[in-house]
Design a protein around this ligand. Structure first.
Ligand code: GDD
Length: 386
């Protein structure tokens, strides 16, 4: 049997996603009309002998309850949300729920970051992992040398694909091959995490409390039971014939900012063309609005037939779009009302970012319309940026 674990983090981790995640926890923010976490979950369907899917995070349980029960019955695979009492780190969180994860005695455990957008080639990874015969296999991708430092950079053997060297977000360039945040492990990984945990405890006991605090502040380690998968596990295990890599040639993006959510929504809509064409809207301009390119419209949304929607638009539940409205490259959240020309500012529930708009980090855009190709470096509210 195989199980899958998706790390969904918690409120302190999602701060860069504001203002879009004020009401919705980031993992449930809609991309292509489906909650962000839905994309990795539905990719898990293709794993042979999948027994269970766990979501591990420190968001409130009630925020996930509805989604988890509906997706469990849809997939006919138990999907459970497990809440940490506090953040334990990407490996610590996994270890914290070891007994539950191991209850079906799985031979393999998939571990997925929820904030990545890709085609999740999970069965292919599992096949490669079995061939390599190691403890873990990482999904990796080549990115531009300039962007590589935002991720875990790694070096792999070109023939055996063994992970030879791993550095998390290095200051000086190591490699343009990076960690995608998608892994498959054998249960032995729990022993490794356990050992690191014990080392942390020993270190804590050796020091007086205050010097230990200084140490963990210096190493950015919040508490002694906090174990990071990248720095604490992958780096030391590299070059020991335990970890291997599987390179994807398909799309891959990280979803840390609101602007990235729009790009990833487009990537998933484009993927629907191949795997779920039924989810894409097709408009006729008579009973239904005119649809351009890839568009998702929730069945409960009311879009006026004279509206023109797309490309890259995702319209959530109960949205109302008035006559003559033109929507391009945007995500319209639940219950938003977009009124006709001249009036659309008044009751707009959501920001619309035009195509190729850049919203710089920490900039808050509320109830505004931003026309294409703008760079926003200051916060705006109730504004139309022309
Ligand atoms: N449950 C839980 N508890 N989840 C956590 C915790 C925790 O304490 N800490 C992080 N996570 C989740 C995040 O929500 C995210 O899905 C994933 O674990 C990784 O988050 P970070 O540890 O903050 O790392 P990152 O996203 O900056 O970078 C990681 O992913 C990149 C790919 O997107 C690294 O592994 C990079 O090497 C990698 O390139």
């Amino acid at each position: 049997k195989v199980v899958a674990v998706i790390m969904v983090g918690g409120p302190t981790k999602g701060t860069r996603f504001r203002p879009l995640s004020f009401n919705t926890p980031k993992p449930l923010f809609p991309l292509a009309g489906q909650p962000m976490v839905h994309h990795p979950i539905s990719a898990c369907k293709s794993i042979p002998n999948l027994a269970q899917i766990f979501l591990i995070g420190f968001h409130e349980e009630r925020e996930f309850a509805l989604y988890v029960s509906s997706i469990s019955s849809e997939l006919k695979i138990p999907v459970r949300y497990l809440k940490e009492d506090k953040p334990h780190g990407s490996a610590g969180g996994l270890h914290y729920f070891k007994d539950l994860i191991m209850e079906d005695n799985p031979s393999h455990i998939f571990l997925l970051n929820c904030d990545v957008c890709c085609s999740f080639p999970l069965p292919e990874m599992l096949d490669a992992h079995r061939r390599y015969g190691g403890m873990g296999t990482l999904l990796v991708i080549k990115v531009s040398a300039e962007s590589a430092s935002e991720f875990g950079e790694l070096v792999a053997d070109s023939v055996t694909k063994e992970l030879l060297h791993y550095t998390e977000k290095p200051e000086t360039f190591v490699s343009d091959l990076i960690n995608c945040g998608v892994y498959v492990f054998t249960p032995e990984i729990f022993n490794v995490i356990h050992d690191v945990h014990t080392q942390h405890e020993d270190r804590a006991n050796l020091h007086t409390l205050s010097s230990y605090d200084a140490l963990r502040l210096a190493t950015k380690t919040p508490t002694k039971d906090f174990v990071r998968l990248d720095q604490d596990i992958l780096s030391p295990l590299a070059g020991k014939k335990q970890l291997y890599t599987y390179e994807t040639m398909d799309f891959w993006e990280q979803i840390k900012t609101p602007a990235m959510s729009l790009k990833c929504s487009a990537l998933y809509l484009a993927q629907f063309r191949f795997n779920s064409p039924g989810l894409l809207a097709c408009g006729d301009g008579i009973k239904n609005p005119t649809v351009v390119g890839d568009v998702y419209i929730h069945p409960s949304a009311k879009v006026h037939p004279t509206a023109k929607i797309g490309p890259n638009v995702s319209i959530s539940a109960n949205v109302r779009v008035a006559a003559g409205v033109r929507l391009i490259s945007c995500i319209i959240l639940d219950d938003a009302e977009i009124q006709g020309e001249g009036d659309y500012k008044r009751k707009l529930g959501i920001t619309i970012l035009g195509e190729a708009v850049t919203v710089e980090d920490e900039v808050v855009v509320v109830n505004s319309i931003v026309l294409p190709n703008k760079v926003l470096n200051i916060s705006v509210q109730e504004e139309i940026i022309l």
